[in-house]
Design a protein around this ligand. Structure first.
Ligand SMILES: [Zn+2]
Length: 60
């Protein structure tokens, strides 16, 4: 399951918590001065696997 950056459609590495906005490393650092605001996609996916009540990620 690979998420794409909403800007350049490159492979996304970051997401905004509780949204479906995904960003690659490059766009994330361009859009946000502080990327600690973002969560890592792989962590989000891991979390949703461990927690059945996690955010509902759309299937691709
Ligand atoms: Zn991008």
């Amino acid at each position: 399951m690979t998420k794409k950056c909403i800007i350049c459609e490159d492979k996304a590495q970051y997401a905004i918590k509780n949204t479906k906005d995904y960003y690659c490393q490059e766009c994330a650092s361009e859009q946000f001065k502080d990327i600690s605001y973002l969560i890592r996609v792989e962590d989000a996916l891991k979390q949703s696997k461990e927690n059945t009540q996690a955010i509902d990620y759309p299937e691709e």
